[in-house]
Design a protein around this ligand. Structure first.
Ligand SMILES: [Zn+2]
Ligand SMILES: [Zn+2]
Length: 129
């Protein structure tokens, strides 16, 4: 396997994540990337997701049923819908920095945080049972 081919697969995985906001699972990225690269394997998609995550280019969102991926790494949060299990972006009101929340007795240093909200997405809230 040549380096050129590896980087083509990596670029395809990254481009797919950058083009969408639905926080796909590795399987969903695989099915999408496969349209352009029919020979790509699920293992290769997983490997590239890990690589991109380690480089800080994408975010991994760990949920109770599966890991989701996000190509958009600016600070934002996620809501997982209790009903449809969709993970959507949730922006926090301006000026609210969770890294600054610990009280004065905490003498460590916070660098980042991971937070997942649970509730109903907009679509599910509008739909009556
Ligand atoms: Zn929903
Ligand atoms: Zn997101």
């Amino acid at each position: 396997m040549s380096t050129q081919r590896n980087s083509k697969q990596r670029d395809a995985v990254y481009a797919d994540l950058m083009s969408r906001y639905d926080h796909p699972t590795a399987d969903e990225v695989y099915f999408s990337v496969k349209k352009d690269l029919p020979n790509i394997s699920l293992a290769t998609v997983y490997r590239n997701l890990k690589l991109l995550e380690n480089e800080g280019l994408i975010l991994k969102i760990t949920t109770e049923d599966s890991d989701r991926y996000d190509g958009h790494t600016q600070t934002h949060y996620h809501l997982m819908c209790d009903r449809c299990k969709k993970v959507s972006d949730l922006n926090i009101k301006n000026g609210f920095n969770l890294n600054e929340l610990p009280d004065n007795e905490f003498n460590g240093e916070i660098r980042t945080h991971a937070l997942l909200f649970f509730g109903l997405c907009k679509d599910c809230k509008q739909t009556k049972n």
